[in-house]
Design a protein around this ligand. Structure first.
Ligand code: FAD
Length: 515
């Protein structure tokens, strides 16, 4: 009830007891049905979609997607994610016979209005776990229920929801390995994927202007300046593409995943992260389809490693749920006093891939051009930013948020805190990735570097990892003038590493003083 004592959703209480039926066509026959809204969110698929299956069991469906930047506030989707979403919504709309209703604005206002206008009887959705979504969804659910609308929510995005796994004393795990091995693997196994249901779609002549491809375009998810063409040409979006990607990975990438996943030029990683983020494929489908590979004994340890990476995604959601401050505040409180430096010029060089360290630059350019970066390189560029440059991890988190097509509040913030050493179960602060050593080890012949830093193509592999160490005649032969064709290193590795360790030490002393 609002301040005036009326119900903001349904001011006419009698409507509560009236159920509206419509006549829909199903496999050539006409049937009487109620209208159920299925609210698509991070589950842009028809296969293994528990909310969709449930909605179809009690009526015909009105599928809806809402771009809710208002409630997301600072976590409104970044530019690259919007490009992915644009394509993904088009694919979903095609699967829904061009009947996807697309709205923009505050979902807590739009949904009650839509329910009133369409006389829908029920609404179904799969749960999300970002703090802002939890707060909004709780509010929507209680207001709708108060208005007599049935609301049903489901788990469509995680193998184990955060509250279903805890230590024996009931408290949440802090460390990944016991969380996964003792908590998850001893808990209820992930449910089997659900089949794609037969669709019975409600027609809504009153909302035609919000329906279909034009309505998706009206969201203006694509940027006006064309920086995104390589994202669109690199990635196939949509449910079918996600499923194909999984199969391709299981056939061609899984074998040797454990070792090969460290090498950015190899094809051993799945590149499923954006598909999982937008829910074009469910983790259950990935988990169970991957497990069918167990019949091939040669991939057992690779499979175990791959499944544990899927579990890192679960752990990130677990951390975000139990520590909703994860995107903003260090989990280890002493890091509040860390002496971060403000260096706009260094930050810009890092963002643009002009640090003078080829592996870092290749990674940052891969990110800008394709919306993705290989995990090993994410760790290297992250460590370089927070340790060698001493720039706050939140700067990195925000840049990734805007540039990644898989930008995910849980995985991104948990990973940045891991890199910075301030998270739960984080990398120890003294572990500073050396970008030159990493480059020599994981991109020895420079295949990855050459792909994204083509100005270094002519440099022999020996010098490719640290061009500033190359003799003058080698640089000349390769046609490179340092500082002109390729930057000089923006920071020296050894002293910057020592500075970072000293900052960390001072932190321990300071935090003791702060009590
Ligand atoms: P694969 O190796 O094939 O792994 C399979 C799946 O497991 C991934 O798709 C992903 O869903 C999950 N996964 C793998 N590694 C991790 C991990 N360390 N943490 C959480 N989940 C993982 N991942 C995101 O999905 N979104 C992000 O915003 C994100 N930001 C990151 C920021 C930093 C600084 C770092 C170091 C890592 C970040 N990651 C993020 C985690 C990881 O880098 C990506 O999930 C992975 O590179 C995606 O590539 P893939 O699908 O080929 O991975």
């Amino acid at each position: 009830m609002n301040a005036h004592g009326t119900n903001p959703i349904n001011p006419r209480p009698s409507i509560r007891r009236i159920t509206f039926y419509i006549i829909v066509q199903c496999e050539g026959a006409f049937i009487i049905s109620t209208v159920n809204i299925i609210w698509f969110r991070q589950d842009l698929r028809l296969h293994d979609n528990p909310a969709l299956v449930a909605a179809l069991q009690t009526g015909c469906i009105l599928p809806v997607y809402i771009l809710d930047d208002e409630n997301a506030e600072q976590w409104a989707m970044g530019g690259a994610s919007r490009v992915f979403l644009h394509e993904s919504l088009h694919r979903l709309n095609e699967s829904l016979e061009q009947k996807l209703l697309v709205l923009k604005g505050d979902a807590s206002k739009l949904l009650p209005k839509l329910i009133r206008e369409t006389q829908a009887a029920r609404i179904y959705w799969n749960r999300c776990y970002e703090p802002w979504r939890i707060a909004r969804d709780k509010k929507i659910k209680s207001e709708l229920k108060e208005a007599g609308i049935e609301v049903e929510t489901f788990n469509g995005s995680l193998l184990w929801e955060p509250w279903s796994v805890c230590k024996q004393d009931g408290s949440p795990y802090q460390v990944f390995t016991p969380y996964y091995r003792k908590g998850c693997l001893q808990a209820e196994p992930p449910r089997l994927p659900l089949a794609k249901p037969d669709l019975i779609l409600a027609s809504t002549s009153s909302h035609k202007q919000f329906q279909g491809a034009d309505a998706i375009d009206a969201l203006e998810l694509l940027p006006s300046i064309n920086w995104h063409s390589e994202i669109r040409s690199t990635w196939k979006m949509g449910e079918a593409a996600a499923s194909e990607r999984l199969d391709e990975f299981l056939q061609q990438g899984l074998e040797d995943y454990k070792e090969g996943r460290n090498f950015p030029a190899r094809q051993n990683v799945s590149r499923l992260s954006p598909h999982l983020h937008f829910g074009e494929i469910s983790p259950n489908t990935v988990w169970h389809r991957a497990k069918t590979m167990l019949s091939e004994a040669s991939v057992e340890s690779d499979l175990d490693c791959f499944l544990s990476e899927i579990a890192w995604r679960e752990f990130s959601y677990y951390l975000l749920y139990h520590k909703p401050q994860l995107p903003h505040e260090p989990i280890q409180a002493k890091f509040q006093y860390f002496p971060w430096e403000q260096s706009p010029a260094l930050l810009k060089a890092w963002q643009q891939g002009k640090t003078g360290y080829p592996l870092v630059d290749a990674g940052m350019r891969e990110l800008w051009r394709t919306g993705y970066m290989h995990n090993r390189v994410r760790m290297v560029v992250g460590s370089f930013l927070v340790k060698n440059l001493l720039i706050h991890w939140r700067e990195g988190e925000q840049w990734f948020w805007d540039c990644l097509i898989d930008a995910d509040l849980a995985s991104n913030s948990a990973s940045w805190q891991w890199i910075a050493g301030c998270g739960a179960d984080a990398a120890p602060y003294f572990r500073v990735f050396n970008p030159v050593t990493q480059s020599k080890k994981f991109d020895a012949d420079g295949e990855y570097i050459k792909r994204f830093v083509p100005e270094l193509k002519q440099l022999p592999a020996k010098y490719l990892h640290a061009p500033s160490e190359a003799p003058a005649h080698i640089l000349q032969e390769a046609g490179i003038v340092l500082g002109k064709d390729y930057p000089m290193p923006i920071v020296d590795l050894k002293p910057s590493r020592e500075r970072a360790l000293a900052a960390f030490k001072s932190l321990s002393a300071d935090s003791l003083l702060q009590g």
